[in-house]
Design a protein around this ligand. Structure first.
Ligand SMILES: Cc1cc2nc3c(=O)[nH]c(=O)nc-3n(C[C@H](O)[C@H](O)[C@H](O)COP(=O)(O)OP(=O)(O)OC[C@H]3O[C@@H](n4cnc5c(N)ncnc54)[C@H](O)[C@@H]3O)c2cc1C
Length: 323
């Protein structure tokens, strides 16, 4: 009998796990709380303009992730980006990879052959007769599944898995995240001085980047992404997004000495579990007794590559346990 497996969370980790399971011949159902896939590899819209409001670019260190990035570049889902970065010096442009036409394109090929159910927020897991039942926030449920991979940030995984599922709660609670405010800004004309990106500008600002210089984006006007620092975000986490947008824009104008221009549109988004501060230190969690595991960037680090590796490794452990 072909096993049916559930993957919860359609970010890089969940989707890379799903691909390994699918390629091994399992049926995979994926449940995602958002209306789109990608998680923190997200592409959002301000009016008609797409913005990468989470990850800005990726780099590949492991052979497996580099091979995946090559696959993406060859099939047109990603491209190289060599931005001029303030403070880096002439000729020192990094060689980064970005999704085209948006960062979320980098995860899309992983979903091939997978049943992705969006707008499905998972509440808890229930074990019945050696199989899993999944309960949603709206009090409906689905199942049975032979195995479940939970690929959401550790604090959310702890809620879904509770205390009765395997015994991961202590390890999950040791993982720490910082929230990050992301600001998307749309201007009619170019206002940033000569560089494409500025990092660690002040105590408040962590990143300022021109989104529309990446390949595949609209070149008209100026579309800027700003990320606030973890410290400032923690202090303002409960503030209204409109107020945060005004404060961040005013800080950008101040530190970059910009002329007094009013953005055509701007919008602030809070990544509640944005960047990992304290990772787990293991590539994934898995119990072959209960057939349940957890994966995410938080297992080993704070980058897209860590999420991809964690998900793929959990997928492999599940395949080994089920065959
Ligand atoms: C502002 C910012 C900038 C970044 N910049 C970079 C960068 O430049 N380069 C880089 O490599 N990395 C960067 N990162 C980190 C990178 O985005 C992450 O490491 C990676 O995307 C994490 O993937 P993931 O699958 O582990 O988690 P996520 O992307 O968080 O995916 C988890 C998914 O689970 C879903 N979910 C959560 N709870 C539930 C639930 N109860 N039921 C169903 N679904 C649920 C979420 O909606 C989400 O889609 C950045 C992150 C942020 C926030």
């Amino acid at each position: 009998m072909t096993h049916r497996i559930a993957v919860i969370g359609a970010g890089f980790a969940g989707l890379s796990c799903a691909r390994v399971l699918r390629r091994a011949g399992f049926y995979v159902d994926m449940f995602e709380s958002d209306r789109v896939v990608g998680g923190r590899m997200g592409t959002s819209r301000l009016g008609v303009v797409p913005f990468d409001h989470g990850a800005q670019y990726v780099t590949g260190r492991s052979d497996r992730f580099r091979a995946y990035l090559d696959e993406l570049v060859h099939s047109g889902y990603a491209a190289n980006w060599r931005p001029n970065i303030a403070g880096m010096g002439e000729g020192n442009a990094p060689n980064w990879i970005v999704g085209t036409p948006g960062m979320s394109a980098m995860v899309r090929p992983l979903a091939e052959g997978v049943q992705v159910h969006t707008n499905r927020r998972v509440h808890t897991l229930q074990r019945n007769d050696n199989a899993w039942q999944i309960w949603f926030d709206d009090q409906t449920s689905t199942g049975p599944f032979a195995a479940v991979a939970v690929a959401v940030p550790a604090p959310e995984a702890a809620l879904i898995m509770g205390r009765d599922v395997a015994d991961f709660s202590e390890r999950l609670s040791a993982v720490r995240f910082s929230p990050i405010w992301a600001l998307m800004i749309r201007l009619d004309e170019q206002v940033l001085p000569e560089y494409d990106a500025y990092s660690d500008m002040s105590q408040v600002i962590r990143w300022v980047g021109r989104n529309n210089v990446k390949l595949g984006r609209s070149s008209r006007g100026e579309h800027i992404v700003v990320h606030a620092s973890p410290g400032w975000t923690r202090e303002t986490e409960d503030a209204e997004p409109e107020m945060v947008a005004e404060e961040l824009w005013s800080e950008v104008c101040h530190v970059l000495n910009l002329p007094p221009v009013r953005p055509k549109q701007m919008s602030a988004h809070l990544w509640k579990h944005g960047l990992v501060d304290q990772p787990l230190g293991e590539t994934y969690l898995f119990s072959s007794e209960f057939m349940v595991g957890a994966a995410g960037d938080w297992c080993r680090g704070r980058l897209a590559e860590h999420a991809f590796e964690s998900g793929a490794s959990l997928g492999k452990a599940m395949v080994d346990a089920l065959t």
